[in-house]
Design a protein around this ligand. Structure first.
Ligand code: ADP
Length: 257
């Protein structure tokens, strides 16, 4: 709370009273804190790979290049960290694009079944040891959407389900209709999420398990981007989860007339 006070003095210099202005700045302070946290997070996330690229290249230049096995392994680390930087920069740009207040998707009649099948084909080669299945009794479900964006949403949820569950478990994707909504569920039998963390999942850079996310190439930005994209499609996303048992991410999208 900000408080300003000023005396009110009349024409004949007599005291008339005092004016007090109370300004509730809780929301402003909260937004300012979110902005500061975001800048701190971005800096930290960028600095980590840069430090490592710098360190390993200096060590190579200082002589480690003469040893063939160090040469190769250090170059591999430099490559991995450069890729991480690239992903991070791309996702930051993507996030800033989808967060713009005027952001709109180019909505065309799009078959969600074909979108899911395509995303499936794109994701599966990276996770060959894992099981993923797609269940639907529908021939097609048309929503108004941008096919590339919808594929991006689906791929993100599939990769998360695969990343946060052990190899022997199955991921099930379902598509069905409920009233005038297309419902897509991505269910895993993985590590699950504590109830207290569920609300925070869609925050930028929020990760329940930092090390695990980082090792799998995650940035902690994926679900924030997904949420914005779904909202741009006039849809919503919900999560149900039991720690140790698994999670279900459900998307609702209005069916096109
Ligand atoms: P990341 O790039 O870290 O995967 P996301 O924004 O996609 O970032 O997800 C945020 C966090 O939510 C993840 O770091 C992880 O802790 C948690 N999470 C996302 N999907 C799942 C899932 N299917 N099961 C368990 N935890 C999940």
């Amino acid at each position: 709370l900000e408080v300003y006070g000023a005396p009110v003095i009349g024409n004949h210099e007599q005291w008339l009273g005092i004016v007090i202005v109370l300004h509730d700045i809780t929301e402003l302070k909260r937004l300012e804190q979110i902005r500061k946290d975001f800048v701190a997070n971005v800096s930290h996330e960028l600095r980590t790979p840069v430090t490592s690229i710098k360190g390993f290249s200096e060590t190579l230049i200082d002589g480690a290049y003469k040893d063939e096995s160090s040469l190769l392994s250090f170059l591999e680390i430099i490559q991995t960290e450069t890729n991480r930087l690239e992903t991070l920069i791309e996702e930051l740009l993507e996030l800033s694009r989808v967060e713009q207040s005027g952001f709109k998707v180019d909505a065309q009649p799009t078959d969600m079944k074909a979108v899911i099948e395509y995303a499936f084909e794109m994701v599966q080669p990276g996770f060959e040891e894992k099981q993923m299945k797609f269940e639907t009794s529908l021939d097609q479900v048309t929503v108004a959407g941008d096919a590339n964006r919808l594929v991006q949403i689906m791929m993100n949820l599939m990769v998360n389900a695969l990343t946060y569950s052990p190899p022997e478990k199955t991921i099930t994707v379902r598509l069905f209709e409920k009233g005038n909504q297309a419902v897509i569920e991505v269910e895993d039998e993985g590590i699950g999420i504590e109830p207290s963390e569920i609300n925070r999942l869609f925050e930028r850079f929020y990760r329940v398990d930092k090390a695990r996310s980082r090792n799998s190439g995650g940035t902690g930005l994926g679900l924030s981007i997904v949420k914005h994209l779904i909202e741009a499609h006039h849809g919503k996303i919900e999560v149900q989860s039991t720690p140790g048992k698994g999670s279900v991410f459900s998307i609702y999208l209005p069916i096109a007339e």
